[in-house]
Design a protein around this ligand. Sequence first.
Ligand SMILES: Nc1ncnc2c1ncn2[C@@H]1O[C@H](COP(=O)(O)OP(=O)(O)O)[C@@H](O)[C@H]1O
Ligand SMILES: [Mg+2]
Length: 337
Amino acid sequence: MSMQARPVLSIRDLRTSFQHEGGMIKALDGVSLDVHASRTLGIVGESGCGKSVTARSVMRILDSSARILSGEVLLQSGTGPEPLDLLRLPPDGRLMRSIRGGRIALIFQEPMTSLSPLYTIGSQILEIITTHRKVGGKEAREMAIHYLREVGIPRPEERIDQYPFQLSGGLRQRTMIAMALAGDPEILIADEPTTALDVTTQAQILDLLRRIQQENKLALILITHDMGVVAEMSDDVAVMYLGRVVEQGPVDRIFHQPRHPYTRLLLRSIPDIRAVPKSRLPTIDGSVPHPYRRPSGCPFHPRCPDALPGICERSPPAEVEYAPQSRVSCYRAETTQ
Ligand SMILES: Nc1ncnc2c1ncn2[C@@H]1O[C@H](COP(=O)(O)OP(=O)(O)O)[C@@H](O)[C@H]1O
Ligand SMILES: [Mg+2]
């Protein structure tokens, strides 16, 4: 197991805010995460917790209203011993452009946001191949067909000349995965890659992601609001709430000995296959507050069944590493486990 190896990507104390008429919106309030080669990290949390902003901060593709106030995103260097801090690179500079789509690829929930409707899928894959690899035109086209076949697109020799609108949602998501692979990345970030798909297609895409993660020894960061998907796919888990990682660790520990009350509530929300379909997270009272109205202290305290009055609302709890690779931020974590 590569747990002791240096992480391929380390996020340290990342703080990202958005400028807004009413002031600053703190979307990320000190996110720290480690991502290891050949492993899948599941990032889980309700909508609005900062999962996508984390991915977009790493890729340096935030809106112009965003400000990265502090932190480090350390990418292990391919050559030297010193990691590269992506936050120190100009977002549109040559090095960041070669990393984006090259060493780190991102696929989104809705493929149509990153597939251009104006170009064939072939020309879009070819652009990635020729940007990130030193190959000629004919070879690049063969590689594009290879990747389309690799992700299970039938008759790739014909499909390559089609436009995105000619493909089903499932085939479009497969095309996105082929485009991600075409840059030969070490790290693949998949942001809710199956949320927009029907259940059968969802299962197929998750199978595909698992297979390419293993075959390419990728570090896969799988972002989802669904603990069931995390259970099925992840080696490591990071649970986010309101711009913070409240608990992280190996999947077995998170599922069998969760320490944070929010993690426990998310686990209770996994639909029981015998139960009638329920609304999302029925066991957690209330909803995630907007970061503009961020509670003081531990941001989860107003919804927390275990909150300690006089303590939890005062200051955010520090992150404690209570076992190797296992961290939690909760004043109750020691007393409740
Ligand atoms: N472009 C933006 N402008 C202002 N606020 C934003 C923007 N993007 C995201 N946010 C805010 O940042 C918070 C985290 O968003 P996001 O990372 O998209 O959540 P998640 O992916 O976990 O659902 C949300 O409260 C959202 O309102
Ligand atoms: Mg999101």
